[in-house]
Ligand binder design. Structure first.
Ligand code: GDP
Ligand code: CA
Length: 331
């Protein structure tokens, strides 16, 4: 069973870990069931160069979460982490000091930067990092959305003046509190999808959009030339999972992002962003959205309070996708 997912960081990674958990329970190795073959297309718009090192926050959150090395409480960074390097950099007065990087995490960025510096494309670097985290053994292929360096910037307004800052500075340093006028993704229009990305969408049995941020995670991946067309053209049902529970994002500032692009902060508003390719929409139990011809709405508890809860959600998304696929298949 070939499943392709588009993912940001924490929300995407937790959901996909749930999907793997669900698959292990439902399709154990050695059973007759088709094994899960999961391709994850990760957002690289959050990528930033810090202390001369290339940092890919969403890709790393996916690697650490699926590979079992994530700091559970934070949702990002490594478990059992120390911060000697950051402390010494701070003592030196090195900037910036608003982005937390632990020692083990630093090793990822040093290694990645070394390989990129030798001219290796990011997708090949991610393949190396995936081997470190045993993703192939889990049936997972992780692809960056593009090998072209892209960066999401936010045009903010301060004292009547507009200036663009890196997305991470707005998100982490300013907690999305600086009034944002718009998002600008440097390099995106000239980017090409990384090897395997478009084929993974076209050749999937089911495509899943986890509850990642619809604007600055999924929305950026959709902006890579060719991705949106592949989603419109694929024979696979495309199933989305709403990031809103009780009408609000669970963590992060997706509501601020939606407001910034002028979209209603509801699951209907988010579904509207995917309207040209979305077939199934998993929403929270009390969500008022109605289905329509061509969009099947299913209600489920959508809080990922544990791996099991995330597995139930992912199972529901997969089940919906497989049902729509069976209904579509010629008799
Ligand atoms: P980021 O890149 O680390 O910000 O992570 P993502 O973009 O992958 O996911 C962020 C989104 O995940 C936010 O908009 C949250 O609303 C959503 N999210 C986080 N936890 C949950 C959860 O338990 N349930 C649902 N439905 N959404 C969640
Ligand atoms: Ca992110």
């Amino acid at each position: 069973m070939r499943i392709t997912a588009l993912a940001g960081g924490v929300g995407g990674a937790r959901f996909l870990r749930g999907l793997l958990h669900h698959a292990r329970q439902s399709y154990p190795l050695g059973s007759d069931h088709d094994q899960l073959d999961l391709t994850v297309i990760g957002n690289t718009g959050d990528d930033i160069t810090l202390f001369g090192l290339r940092v890919c926050p969403d890709i790393d959150t996916l690697l650490y979460t699926l590979g079992g090395g994530i700091h559970e409480g934070q949702g990002w960074g490594r478990a059992d982490e120390s911060h000697h390097l950051a402390a010494e950099l701070a003592a030196l007065g090195a900037e910036p000091q608003w982005f937390t990087l632990g020692d083990k995490d630093f090793a990822t960025h040093v290694y990645r930067s070394q390989l990129l510096g030798r001219g290796m494309p990011l997708s090949a670097v991610v393949e190396r990092l995936s081997a470190r985290w045993g993703l192939a053994e889990l049936g997972v292929t992780l692809l960056p959305m593009t090998d072209t360096p892209v960066e999401t910037h936010v045009v903010v307004e301060e004292q009547g003046e507009q200036r663009a800052i890196h997305f991470q500075e707005w998100w982490v340093r300013h907690r999305a509190e600086l009034p944002a006028d718009r998002f600008v993704v440097a390099g995106l229009d000239r980017a090409t999808a990384a090897p395997g990305v478009l084929d993974a969408i076209r050749g999937a049995d089911v495509v899943i959009l986890p509850p990642s941020n619809p604007v600055v995670s999924i929305g950026i991946i959709l902006g890579v030339p060719g991705v949106r067309d592949a989603l419109r053209g694929t024979r696979a049902p495309v199933i989305g999972v709403s990031p809103l529970v009780g009408g609000r994002p669970v963590r992060g500032h997706a509501d601020v992002c939606l407001r910034t692009i002028g979209v209603e902060e509801t699951s209907a508003g988010v579904a509207g962003l995917y309207a040209d390719f979305l077939d199934g929409w998993l929403v929270d139990e009390d969500d008022p959205i109605e289905g329509r011809p061509g969009l099947e709405v299913v209600r489920r508890p959508l809080l990922m309070s544990s791996v099991e809860a995330a597995a139930d959600m992912a199972g529901a998304a997969l089940e919906l996708g497989l049902r729509l696929r069976a209904e579509r298949a010629p008799a």
